[in-house]
Design a protein around this ligand. Structure first.
Ligand code: 2NE
Length: 270
């Protein structure tokens, strides 16, 4: 399979193959731990994925066969957050979590090894997770002086249930790919050398389906959990659909033509 580079970065790879964009955290030396630079590069790549009409599905993964992502790079953890080149402490991975969640295209985590700490949360917020047999899952926050009480806990609980989510966070144990499958934390487990083939196959199946239908389903499932912000996102997508109708166009035309709108001619579906 020939992936072509979409854009060059320092700490991630960003590739394209037949409608699929692949974002690879490329710091295998540190088990793909993220720095503020890694995170802002992922964020930039996700912005491109959102805008680019040639991209239908996004895959997030890590380089090598050891780790998907081991969370925040402890070498650059300062006081108040992870310190980037500008010397400012940040927790900008939360922005990436939100970008994945509101991305109007499916995002698939291709979990090729450890998904730990903030790296575990990244796969949790993806729409689907496909793991290799060597993948290991878990949170470490309370062991290393951190926690993610946001999507990393609440969304996790809606996936695996409250008891299991509390176990994962309060005990900070590690779970095998098989255990992750049994608790509904991942969609499928395959041998390492079959991982990318499996992910690409899942992406190709989704790409045969209506993008608008997938988009509305994803955002509807988000809205069920995300309160007013979820509703705001869902409503924005409903507005998009409305703008595609003649009925909505009539309002604009009437305004510009300085006449009363005639909305009565449009059907009122039962
Ligand atoms: C991932 C894990 C369990 C792997 O263990 P093991 O024994 O197989 O490998 P090892 O030797 O620990 O790691 C290999 C190299 O990668 C570095 C290690 O320091 C080591 O380097 P050297 O000793 O050879 O020089 N490495 C691994 N993870 C790293 C990290 N996160 N930052 C910097 N270097 C890292 C084991 O490595 C592990 O437990 N890693 C730490 C996981 C962790 O605690 N991550 C942070 C959680 S907090 C977080 O991510 C977070 C949050 O809670 C809230 C918001 C945002 C972020």
């Amino acid at each position: 399979r020939e992936w072509s580079t979409i854009k060059e970065y320092e700490e991630i790879l960003f590739d394209y193959f037949e409608g699929i964009a692949k974002i690879t955290i490329n710091r295998p030396r540190y088990y793909n731990a993220f720095t503020p630079t890694t995170v802002s590069e992922i964020s930039d790549a996700l912005r491109i994925c959102r805008e680019d009409q040639q991209i239908n599905v996004i895959v997030l993964t890590g380089a090598g066969d050891k780790a998907f992502c081991s969370g925040g790079d402890q070498n650059v953890k300062g006081v108040g957050g992870y310190v980037g080149k500008d010397g400012v402490p940040r927790l900008n991975v939360l922005e990436v979590q939100r970008q994945i969640r509101s991305m109007p295209k499916p995002v698939v985590a291709m979990v090729n090894g450890y998904a730990i700490g903030g790296g575990h949360v990244l796969h949790v917020v993806c729409d689907l997770s496909i793991a290799s047999e060597n993948a290991i899952f878990g949170q470490t926050g309370p062991k290393v002086g951190s926690f993610d009480a946001g999507l990393g806990s609440s969304y996790l609980a809606s996936i695996v249930g409250q008891k299991k989510a509390r176990e994962i966070w309060l005990l900070c144990r590690q779970y095998s790919a098989q255990e992750a499958l049994e608790m509904g934390l991942v969609n499928k487990v395959v041998p390492f050398d079959k991982l990318e083939d499996e992910v690409v196959e899942w992406c190709q199946i989704m790409m045969q389906h209506s993008p608008m239908a997938l988009r509305m389903l994803k955002l509807g499932m988000n809205a069920d959990l995300d309160g007013q912000v979820g509703l705001q996102e869902f409503a924005g997508n409903a507005t998009l659909l409305y703008y595609l109708t003649e009925e909505a166009q009539e309002g604009k035309h009437a305004f510009l033509e300085k006449r009363k709108p005639d909305f009565h001619k449009y059907p009122k579906y039962p």
